[in-house]
Ligand binder design. Structure first.
Ligand code: NAD
Length: 555
């Protein structure tokens, strides 16, 4: 499977490679032209890039899965942009040996000038800057493939490839790899152990210090430890309690004492394997032990993979409140292995989709469609949503959106606030339920219903948009029954949030295609939001005390 920018030589190398190995050669652009009956530039001219990408996706699907029979080998040259689509990467990279022909923009430009092939995304533009921009946008998708310098001559490339192809394809696949301002990011399936080993190598670690909890050790940690040990890594294990009980000061103290007894020094890297509670607690340990040691976050829940383990917020709870003690501590690496979703309990899956719907409403229409198509199947716990690549796509879309938001605003001063969509009322409900009866994602779903009702009351969104999201939440079984909380308790917790925000509550409210941040929300709109979130009968209003506590909540 050959990938790379236009002009990188995918077709030339692919044809020669296939010829030498009596394999079938498939040039994806040729396949599309054959299926559609028109040349690629014409498809672009008539139907735009979106039309072309649709045909491209159908062509990728038509290839079917990789064939394990070595006698039926195929060499596939993808189009330059085929791998932008997460599902194409899932279909093309799994079970195959992806190779990235990597050349500088200058070299590619010099080749393209001589080529008679028209490249629609480059033609008529200043070639070198255009190619540099394409490279910046796409490197994270090419980077999981085995890199070969495209400046080498074809013979040399073939020799390197032939040596590697002998190893056969790996059952694990990496779908995205990037070095970002908030740490190295990798997303894949079955990729955890090799990605952890690579991250430890980059950190020049001498051993693997794994922090997990009993359940995540059973479903993920033990296999990772075995693979690391088989690769020659000495492995240490520290177990924290399961779930939210990990997020306590005395657990942090216990973990730090174990690290001290293991003589862990400041240069050593910890590896956290678990859900959001574990990665929050281990992250706080890493932020504070010896005033900060590096950590590799390996989330095992959907919440962890799309949100908690990414972005550097770490925290523990104290009796006075949840997440009240913490620190910003960006991980050295974030490694999401989608295969861990297979053992997640149904309630955890469903609740996590509350956060996914939130990310979609923030402005990712494709994500919204994806959850509409496959969300319910994933929530029910069947394997299809993982097998089809839908879960990998959900994780990638949410995690990368978070990378972009947090990179723009690491300490939550401004843009990052948009991630709080659904959290104003949602948090009030979660807190009123004592953080026990209602999971965070479930609370966000109630909060989303509330945010849409508030938005509608202010004319910021349309009834059609609000109904679409309500319908989706209904299908997912999120925020359907009235939460077992009193409106007064919810309002009290919202008022206390307001105090923490120095008197000014910023509401993140959905619009038609994204969100607006407003602090001037009228009391009537808040009441409409609360009524919707608390699932009060249509037209009902929360029974506030005569002082209209919403006035106290909203300035
Ligand atoms: N730091 C942040 O930015 C951030 C963001 C969102 C949430 N959080 C925090 O994350 C926590 C919630 O995280 P969570 O929803 O992942 O819950 P969790 O970590 O409590 O895990 C939920 C349950 O699933 C089990 N589990 C974990 N992985 C499993 C797997 N692969 N298969 C089977 N069972 C598995 C755990 O043992 C636990 O019982 C909260 O404490 C919340 O405050 C933090």
């Amino acid at each position: 499977m050959l990938v790379g920018l236009p002009g990188s030589g995918k077709s030339a190398v692919g044809r020669r490679l296939a010829g030498r190995h009596h394999a079938q050669f498939i040039d994806l652009d040729d396949l599309i032209e054959h299926r559609v009956g028109r040349p690629v530039p014409e498809i672009f001219a008539k139907e735009g890039e979106a039309g072309f990408r649709r045909y491209e996706r159908e062509a990728v699907l038509s290839l079917g899965p990789a064939d394990p029979d070595p006698e039926l080998r195929r060499v596939i040259a993808s189009g330059g942009g085929t791998i932008i689509d997460p599902r194409n990467r899932w279909l093309l990279y799994r079970g195959r040996f992806p190779v990235w022909l990597d050349s500088s923009a200058e070299i590619l430009a010099s080749r393209l000038i001589k080529s008679s092939n028209v490249r629609p995304l480059v033609a008529g533009r200043d070639t070198v800057p255009t190619l540099k921009k394409l490279a910046a946008d796409r490197t994270r998708f090419y980077a999981p493939a085995f890199p070969i310098s495209g400046t080498a001559n074809v013979e040399a490339i073939l020799r390197v490839l032939e040596e590697r192809i002998g190893d056969g394809p790996s059952p694990a696949v990496t779908l995205l790899r990037a070095d970002t301002a908030i740490g190295h990011v990798e997303i894949g399936y079955g990729n955890a152990a090799p990605a952890i080993a690579a991250a430890l190598n980059r950190a020049q670690a001498r051993r693997a210090i794994l922090i997990a909890e009993p359940r995540t050790w059973e479903v993920a940690g033990a296999a990772i430890a075995d693979a690391l040990a088989a690769g020659g890594w000495p492995v240490e294990r520290i177990l924290l309690p399961r779930g939210e009980r990990a997020k306590r000061m005395r657990v942090v103290e216990g973990a730090c004492r174990q690290l001290a007894r293991l003589h862990v020094d400041r240069k050593e890297t910890l590896v956290a394997i678990g859900g959001g509670a574990l990665t929050d607690a281990a992250g706080f340990v890493a932020a504070t032990y010896l005033r900060g040691v590096p950590i590799i976050q390996v989330p095992t829940t959907l919440v962890g993979q799309i949100d908690a383990a990414l972005g550097g917020k770490t925290a523990v709870d104290i009796p006075e409140g949840k997440n009240l003690v913490g620190a910003f501590h960006q991980p050295a690496a974030f490694i999401a292995d989608v295969s861990f979703n297979a053992t997640l309990p149904v309630r955890q899956r469903r609740a996590a989709l509350g956060e996914v719907v939130k990310m979609a409403v923030l402005g990712d229409e494709r994500l919204l469609e994806l959850v509409e198509e496959q969300g319910a199947a994933y929530a029910l716990g069947g394997p299809e949503a993982i097998e089809s690549g839908a879960v990998a796509e959900i994780v990638e879309r949410c995690a990368w959106a978070k990378v972009e938001v947090v990179t723009a605003d690491a300490r939550e001063a401004n843009v990052r606030m948009t991630l709080n969509l659904g959290h104003t009322i949602g948090h009030g409900i979660e807190a009123a339920a004592g953080y026990k009866a209602i999971l965070h994602g479930e609370a966000v779903a109630y909060g989303l219903r509330g945010a849409f009702a508030t938005s509608l009351a202010m004319g910021l969104t349309t009834a059609a948009r609000a109904e679409r999201v309500e319908r989706l939440l209904d299908e997912l079984g999120l925020g359907v029954e009235p939460p077992v909380v009193t409106p007064e308790a919810v309002i009290e917790h919202m008022a206390s949030d307001k105090k923490h925000a120095l008197g000014k509550l910023n509401w993140v409210l959905p619009t038609e295609s994204g969100v607006a941040i407003r602090s001037d929300v009228p009391a009537a709109a808040v009441q409409a939001g609360l009524a919707a979130a608390l699932r009060l009968a249509s037209g009902g209003r929360p029974k506030f005390d005569q002082a209209t506590p919403s006035e106290a909540v909203i300035s």
